[in-house]
Design a protein around this ligand. Sequence first.
Ligand code: FMN
Ligand code: SF4
Ligand code: SF4
Length: 266
Amino acid sequence: MEVESVILGYFSPTGTTKAVVQGIARGLNHDSVEMLDITRPDARKEPLRTSENELLIIGVPVYMGRVPALLNEWLHAISARNTPAVCVVVYGNRVYDDALIELKDILTGCGCKPIAGATYIGEHSFSTDETPTAGGRPDADDLHHAESFGRMIREKLAAIPSADRIADLEVPGCRPYRGDSRLWTVDFIAVSDECIQCGICAEGCPVGAIDPEESTRVDTTTCITCCACIKNCPQHARTMKPGPVKDASVRLHTLYSERKEPEYFL
Ligand SMILES: Cc1cc2nc3c(=O)[nH]c(=O)nc-3n(C[C@H](O)[C@H](O)[C@H](O)COP(=O)(O)O)c2cc1C
Ligand code: SF4
Ligand code: SF4
């Protein structure tokens, strides 16, 4: 089957998921690709409607082995009709547990027909210069893999006569999903005197947890500990305070230094 366009939807506070899905899109090499960045809160106000003339690619990071809970509302509100879909999860070299099967189930429930799935590795949100985990990933090899995966999706799509002939896609994971997708409520960000109140951190926060007038003021009940504000500060003014997130950064660096590789399911 042929699709008229590709919708590239992604949530990506620190940019690794975005880099991966863009790599997949390069491999797909379709003339019409619509980027749908749902990282910022405003972008998640509009529900997505798709049809079988479109290919939907959704990329999300793995949070606690699951699809980030804050995306549930937007993802479940997708209205699709036999839309072929590609499920992509990006994790920080620890585990992806049930995130891929959860994403596949959500998209199926919205009327999509998953045709492919993949897991990629991105620099861990809690990675720092002192305690790096999967630092710099996705790297050139990962992006090369993503482009090949994109080409494989194109070939699979071309070989399918119509969306109602898409067979059920098997991906790893358990139901009921393991673990708890609730995140910590923690005051973990220190802001130094280097801060110039430029507002970049507040602008990029995916849940609007930072006061745009006063960057030290963070609503810890909405913060999802994504670390985007720390990684994006041009002044390097934001760091992790001693506490559970910093401890997790050290633990991840110690326990998950062995390189994991991307996997795909077609
Ligand atoms: C709250 C939270 C939970 C996370 N849980 C996991 C996890 O269970 N396994 C894992 O390998 N990485 C985990 N990560 C790391 C992210 O999945 C990883 O860094 C991803 O590349 C971030 O995507 P982004 O750059 O698109 O924001 C977690 C990150 C955060 C912020
Ligand atoms: S991005 Fe950095 S310098 Fe700018 S307001 Fe935030 S903490 Fe301050
Ligand atoms: S305040 Fe929290 S949610 Fe917002 S960017 Fe910083 S770490 Fe992420």
